[in-house]
Design a binder for this molecule. Structure first.
Ligand code: NAD
Length: 468
């Protein structure tokens, strides 16, 4: 039977549950029951019981089932995208909801097809030693509200591929999207491999201290990541932490401003700026500063923002009021400091929804809060520089380091600057693109551990040496 929007919602909503509202209209999308810590314990016990049989299957059986789960996502992609758009706010089009669904199935397939074979590390007359990767056991996956489906797949696809089972706690802001995605996957997967538990912070806290959770995959804020490190200490849990960022983009003087403007724009404004590795501060050399600002302004003027379900929109609302308030506060601080608002900065607070207009802020100092703090929304500060040593110092001056980018027509020159930046990924002439085979992770307070590709599989495994 084909999946429709109504059938998806009917499977996951509860008339007595908590209301989840559409951030574009404030209308109720659905109601979801929040679960207790006892229910989490029950889910962990079921995932634990199911794990040995899943791990005992052959590689090819696991791959086949994960490929079927990817097919199921594709078959339900349109209703899933509609639900994601209503709950998260992101438009159907542009690099948004349909793009996220396409990414989910593509990632699942690519991860399923990735191998992590054992290897011989010493083989001589006296010793034969091999290194193998075994499943870690039960993985707890805790996710944020910005790319809720995609990030869930990033956490669970490698976990299942390696023979683990997973208990998934979605963000309290976007539980429907994750519940729907897992319901679709579970229509083809064996029972109890993948168990969602909707809950508040207490459920997340219990998951990260639970004695029967072996590994936590966490994506969210640095503050919560720190809480998870503390609460996981007693059980010595393995952790992969993808935390906050404040990515710098550095434009060298030799660029063609018009040619890079569109990519600069999406580097910063993808998902309306609510992206961990979005460009959050843009440093432009004084020789091309005015031209880059003009070119960005022109691109920004052609990017419609509005309700996600309207096909023409490519930018949407902030997902929640708390995030709207952060963006508004930071832009107000920039205005008060005398920075120049090139566009935006004037939200209509009487209108429905959490819309904050696309905002470009020029003539702003490096120590301004809009530069120094993570805005996580559609407001980009553009800082002028003259000396490359200064700009490298500024880019490295924060305690986070997820991504960064260097823009130049001279690739070698860009790579020289890239090598000096403290960030897990440095892109050249683009920003924020990810790939299922390219490892991704942060440095400093942006976290530790890597996701994706072979490194990602290692992250949900325990190494074992067989010596003899
Ligand atoms: P958040 O830290 O507030 O919440 C993330 C999740 O953690 C939620 O599911 C929440 O319920 C849970 N949680 C809260 N307290 C907990 C606790 N004590 N123990 C365990 N779980 C707990 O983050 P958010 O506001 O949802 O997401 C935005 C942040 O996430 C931004 O800082 C952004 O940069 C970051 N982020 C990072 C990446 C990345 O890959 N590095 C990707 C997306 C978002």
């Amino acid at each position: 039977m084909s999946v429709t929007y109504d059938s998806l919602l009917a499977d996951i909503t509860d008339p007595d549950g908590r209301e989840i509202t559409d951030p574009a209209t404030d209308e109720v999308v659905g109601k979801v029951r929040f679960q207790s810590v006892d229910e989490l314990d029950d889910a962990v016990a079921r995932a634990r019981a199911a794990q040995p049989a899943w791990a005992a299957r052959t590689d090819s059986e696991r791959v086949e089932l994960l490929m079927k789960a990817a097919d199921a996502i594709d078959a339900a992609a349109e209703p899933l995208a509609e639900l994601l758009s209503r709950e998260q706010g992101k438009p159907l089009n542009g690099p948004n909801a349909r793009f996220e669904l396409g990414g989910c199935s593509a990632w699942l397939r690519a991860t399923a097809a990735t191998e992590l074979p054992g290897q011989t590390v010493v083989d001589d007359d006296e010793t034969h030693a091999e290194l193998h990767y075994r499943p870690v056991g039960v993985v707890g996956a805790i996710g944020p509200w910005n790319w809720p489906m995609m990030i869930t797949i990033w956490q669970i696809a490698p976990a299942l591929r390696m023979g683990n089972t997973a208990v998934v706690k979605p963000s309290e802001f976007t539980p429907l999207s994750v519940l729907a995605l897992i319901t679709v996957m579970n229509s083809v997967l064996p029972a109890d491999l993948l168990i969602p538990v909707v809950g508040d912070r207490e459920v997340g806290a219990r998951l990260s201290s639970h004695p029967d959770i072996d590994k936590v995959m966490f994506t969210g804020s640095t503050k919560t990541g720190q809480a998870i490190i503390r609460s996981s200490a007693d059980t010595v849990k393995r952790l992969t932490l993808e935390l906050g960022g404040n990515d710098a983009g550095i434009v060298l003087p030799d660029v063609d401003p018009k040619a890079i403007a569109q990519d600069l724009f999406w580097g910063a404004f993808i998902n309306t700026g609510q992206t961990c590795a979005a460009m959050k501060r843009l440093y432009v050399h004084t020789d091309v500063y005015d031209q880059v600002c003009d070119a960005l302004l022109e691109v920004a003027g052609n990017m419609p923002m509005g309700r996600g379900l309207s096909e023409e929109n490519v930018l949407g609302p902030l997902q929640n009021r708390k995030q709207f308030d952060i963006v508004a506060r930071l832009v107000e601080a920039a205005k008060e400091s005398g920075a120049k608002i090139l566009t935006g900065g004037d939200p209509d607070t009487s209108a429905a929804g959490n819309f904050y207009p696309t905002t470009l802020v020029a003539d702003i100092d490096n120590d301004n809060p809009l530069v120094a703090e993570e805005q996580f929304g559609p407001a980009l500060p553009i800082i002028r520089y003259t000396d490359v040593d200064d700009v490298v110092k500024w880019a490295n001056g924060l305690d986070v380091g997820l991504g960064a980018s260097v823009w130049s027509s001279d690739r070698d020159r860009a790579r020289e600057v890239a090598a000096r930046l403290e960030a897990g990924t440095v892109w050249i002439n683009s920003h924020g693109g990810v790939h299922p085979m390219i490892p991704f992770g942060g440095v400093k307070k942006s976290g530790y551990g890597m996701e994706f590709g072979v490194e990602g599989l290692k992250g949900v495994s325990v190494p074992q040496v067989i010596n003899g």
